[in-house]
Design a protein around this ligand. Structure first.
Ligand SMILES: NC(=O)c1ccc[n+]([C@@H]2O[C@H](COP(=O)([O-])OP(=O)(O)OC[C@H]3O[C@@H](n4cnc5c(N)ncnc54)[C@H](O)[C@@H]3O)[C@@H](O)[C@H]2O)c1
Length: 252
């Protein structure tokens, strides 16, 4: 991989909103064709429209954790575009912010199903193609709550620690095939996932949360730029890393 190499064809999951949408748009801006994956067709169509249409973005509305769903979508992408250079496995959920006693079985199982099984099935869908090409990059979206302890993240935190470890293991298993894998780990970014929760914090608490980020809260584009860097040749000697993209949150 040369320093100047750029991905030509990428898959971004969770691309209908927030960090995933910003990532899809960042990759299109870098000259990449993007397969935008998400649960619902309508937000994905909005992402495609923002990117300037079907030549730059194709969409697939599916559940990443459903057996075979990602395999079929990636196969169709490779049939149309001839390759898949990058995966940004960004889709994730945090359905219940709760401690261990309050976490419902349903929230526990769904968080593991999407954040870990969905990640695994997304990676397994691109790996055979990347191995055949002897080239590929995978960026998995973890979270600072997979790096440090945080209150009321009983299910979410362990899944994000799992995302980080999953990327490390991929890095080791597939380096010999020219494939790199890293995780990016945001602190608070205002998106659909966090907006309502942040706005409902008692008076003063939001100020404390903002103050825990020396550079303030992040924007989806800040995370998208990190995903782009880790998918280009400029990061060709970086693999197995868990990169905090957090405005100084973990340093603080
Ligand atoms: N916003 C933050 O502060 C923050 C912080 C750390 C990590 N993250 C992580 O960043 C990623 C993106 O989150 P966001 O903040 O943009 O929130 P978001 O809710 O806007 O985006 C998540 C996206 O994933 C999609 N998705 C969820 N389950 C899916 C499934 N089964 N199949 C396909 N798509 C599915 C959703 O439709 C949505 O578009 C997530 O993995 C999240 O855990 C976010």
């Amino acid at each position: 991989m040369s320093e100047s190499s750029l991905p030509k064809v990428a898959v971004v999951t969770g691309a209908g909103s927030g960090i995933g949408r910003a990532t899809a748009l960042r990759f299109v801006r870098g000259g990449c064709h993007v397969l935008a994956v998400g649960r619902r067709a309508e937000p994905l169509a909005e992402t495609a429209a923002l990117a300037g249409g079907a030549a730059q973005v194709t969409t697939a509305a599916l559940d990443i954790a459903e057996p075979g769903a990602m395999d079929a979508a990636v196969q169709a992408l490779v049939a149309a575009q001839g390759r898949v250079d990058a995966l940004v496995a960004n889709a994730g959920i945090n359905p219940q912010r709760a401690d261990a006693l309050e976490t419902t079985d349903e929230a526990w199982e769904e968080t593991l199903r999407i954040n870990l099984t969905g990640l695994h099935r997304s990676c397994r869908a691109v790996l055979p193609h990347m191995i055949a090409q002897k080239y590929g990059t995978i960026v998995a979206t973890g979270s600072v709550s997979g790096q440090v302890g945080m209150a009321e993240r009983c299910a979410y935190g362990p899944t994000k620690a799992g995302v980080i470890q999953y990327a490390r293991n991929l890095a080791i298993d597939y380096a010999r095939h020219g494939i790199r894998a890293n995780s990016i780990n945001p602190a608070f970014v205002v998106t659909d996932m966090t907006r309502g929760w942040l706005e409902s914090r008692p008076e003063g608490v939001l100020d404390q949360i903002v103050a825990a980020h020396p550079l303030g809260l992040g924007k989806p584009e800040d995370v998208a730029n990190a995903a782009w860097f880790l998918s280009t040749g400029e990061s060709r000697w970086i693999t197995g890393v868990d990169l905090s993209v957090d405005g100084g949150f973990t340093a603080h």
